[in-house]
Design a protein around this ligand. Structure first.
Ligand code: ADP
Ligand code: MG
Length: 245
């Protein structure tokens, strides 16, 4: 039986206090271990919000999120921080790196927070940077690297504590076509070779085409379209909207 890694039940989120306009509405969703999920949808449809909720950066107004069998909404900040550190790797459109630090220092940093001894940190980070093809840029300050190279550093950083889940928000949004493909290849590598569960928000159809499950957010509601068989499925009764082919 396929093992589920993320389970979302009755998720609704409001940013405004009057609670008249949900940003996410009645979301029921299960993600299985090892899935590569893409999320597409118009700007403002709630894509970043749902990633932030899954990653424990934001607590939803209503509903439950279980990750690896643990309810993450309702956790105290200290436990949430530990959850983010150990279970989730984040990749952002604008990399979120320390520009004046070297690639190595950026990748080492999460190891410091997870208590890995200094003498091991360097070695582990070097190895990870080699895996993403940056062995010759280890000691370069990030500000001297290209966008694509910076995104590789951020992928190495996301992987460094060996999380089960990688969340990415428009990871190729700032890259040109050629570099984009290198990053797509790394996502496929993370999924196929490192067995990471990936959830990738993207406007880019070439990224979405690599996903095993394609999701679409429309006005805060989620629908699913599996790749391969081309099955289109309305996700829940309350979420009944149709998807274009
Ligand atoms: P997407 O990533 O799909 O573009 P977001 O999840 O960022 O969408 O935003 C969904 C909606 O929530 C948008 O209308 C946006 O303006 C609003 N929103 C996002 N973040 C906040 C916030 N921190 N406070 C208030 N409203 C927000
Ligand atoms: Mg967004």
């Amino acid at each position: 039986m396929e093992e589920k890694i993320i389970q979302i039940t009755g998720l609704t989120h409001f940013y405004n206090k009057t609670k008249d306009q949900p940003v996410l509405q009645d979301i029921e969703w299960e993600i299985k271990k090892g899935e590569f999920v893409s999320i597409q949808g118009r700007s403002g449809s709630g894509k970043s919000t749902i990633l932030h909720i899954i990653g424990g950066l934001l607590t939803p107004s209503e509903g439950y999120i279980n990750v690896d069998g643990m309810r993450i909404n309702g956790l105290k900040e200290k436990k949430l921080a530990l959850f983010r550190l150990k279970s989730i790797g984040f990749v952002f459109q604008s990399y979120h790196l320390f520009q004046n630090m070297t690639a190595l220092k950026n990748v080492e940093e999460p190891l410091f927070y997870s208590g890995v001894k200094r003498k091991y940190r360097k070695e582990i980070a070097q190895e990870m940077l080699s895996k993403v093809g940056l062995e010759d840029k280890i000691n370069s300050p990030v500000q001297e690297l290209s966008g694509g190279q910076q995104q590789r550093v951020s992928i190495a950083r996301a992987l460094i504590n060996d999380p089960d889940i990688i969340l990415a928000d428009e990871p190729t949004g700032n890259l040109d076509g050629l570099t984009e493909q290198e990053i797509i290849d790394l996502f496929v590598y993370m999924n196929k070779s490192l067995n990471k569960t990936l959830i990738v928000v993207t406007h880019n159809d070439s990224v979405a085409d690599c996903a095993s499950v394609k999701m679409k957010l429309h006005e805060g509601k989620l629908v699913e379209r599996k790749t391969g068989g081309g099955i289109v499925k309305e996700y829940t009764e309350s979420n009944k909207i149709s998807m274009e082919p």
